[in-house]
Ligand binder design. Sequence first.
Ligand SMILES: Cc1cc2nc3c(=O)[nH]c(=O)nc-3n(C[C@H](O)[C@H](O)[C@H](O)COP(=O)(O)O)c2cc1C
Length: 366
Amino acid sequence: MLDFPAASSVDECFALFSAPGPVSSPLPKYTSRRLCVAPMMEWTDRHCRYFLRLISPHARLYTEMVTTGALLHGDRDRFLKFDPAEHPVALQLGGSDPVALAQCARYGYEQGYDEINLNCGCPSDRVQDGRFGACLMAEPQLVAECVAAMRAAVPIPVTVKTRLGIDDLDHDEHLHRFIGSVAAAGCEVFILHARKAWLSGLSPKENREVPPLQYERVYAVKPAFPSLTIVINGGVTSAAAARDHLSFVDGVMIGREAYHNPYMLAEMERALFDGESPSREAVVEDFARYMERELDAGVPMRAMTRHILGLFNGLPGARRWRRELSELAAADTRRSGVLLSATAHLAATASDFRRRHAADAASTVS
Ligand SMILES: Cc1cc2nc3c(=O)[nH]c(=O)nc-3n(C[C@H](O)[C@H](O)[C@H](O)COP(=O)(O)O)c2cc1C
C-alpha cells in the first residue's frame, strides 16, 4: 500500500505538497556544480560515494537512478540511505508520473538530499517500457509537468540530466525547445550528456560510446539560456579537459573515469578548487574504518572493496593491490581490526612499489 495522499492530477499534487510542513526548513548550503560525479547504476551506491568523497571534498555526488516504483513499493530506507559525509549529494529519480515523482522527491528531501535529479538520458529498453529515461526527450511537456510537481513538493533544486537528442529528434531546435519548456517549469540546472541516444539498436553501453560526442552543442546552450546552470558530461578524463569545458559551461560531470581511476578526482580538486586531497594511503585508512563500521552492520566486504579496486590504477603495484583486495574480500573477515591492518598493509605495499619504481626511474635517468 502507498502511504502518501492520493493525487490524480498535477494541480492536486501542488495542493498536497505545497502545504506547510518540514519542506519549509532551511535551503541547503551546497550550491557548486563545478565538479560532479555522474549517477551510475550498480556503481555509485553509498559505499562508492563515501569513498569518492574521501578523495574529493568538493565534488557533487549523484546516486544511482532509483525508480519511483522502487521507492514507492520497495525497501525505501535501503534505497535512500546515505552517510552525512556524502554531502553535497543528489538523488536521481527515474519515472514519468508527476504525482509519483513529487512523492519520491519529497522522500528524498526528507532524507536530507541536496538535490533531486530527473533522469531523461537513460536509453535502456527497460526504462523505455516504463516510459521514462531518454525517451522523455520526446515529451517536453510531460517533463515540465514532472518538474513542476517536484518543485511544488520540495524546496531543494530539481534538476534534469539529459542527452542532446534521441533518434531523429536530434537537432538544436528541439533541444532548446526541450530546455526552454522544462526551465519554464522551474528547472534551473541541466546536465547534458554530450551525445544523442539511439533508442533501438544500441545497448546502453554502446549508447555511451557509439554516438559521437558533440561538445559544441552543449556549449551553445549556455549563451541561449545564460541564467541556467549548464553541466557538461561525457568523455571527460582529465583536469585539463575539465578546465577547458569550464570556459564554456558552469560545471563538469565525470562518470566512468571517476570510477575506474578514482584518484583522478584529486587532480580535479587541485585544478578546479585549489584544493588538497589526502594521499591514497590516507584514503585507504579512512575507508577501512568506514568498512569496519559497515561490516559490523552486516554489509558484505565485497560490496565495498569492489569500489576501491582502481585506487592505484596506473601506478606500479596496482595489479597486486587489486589481487590482494580480492583475496581480502573473498576471506570476508569480520574480526575488528583485521581489516584495518590488512588494508593498511595493502596501502603500504602499494606505496612501497611506487617508491621503488620512482627510485628505479631516477637511476635510469642519471
Ligand atoms: C555503469 C553505468 C551506469 C550508469 N547509470 C546511469 C544512471 O543510473 N543514470 C544516469 O543518468 N546515467 C547513468 N549512466 C551514464 C553516466 O551518468 C554518464 O552520463 C555517462 O557514463 C557518460 O559520462 P562519462 O563519459 O564521464 O562516463 C551510467 C553509466 C555507466 C557507465
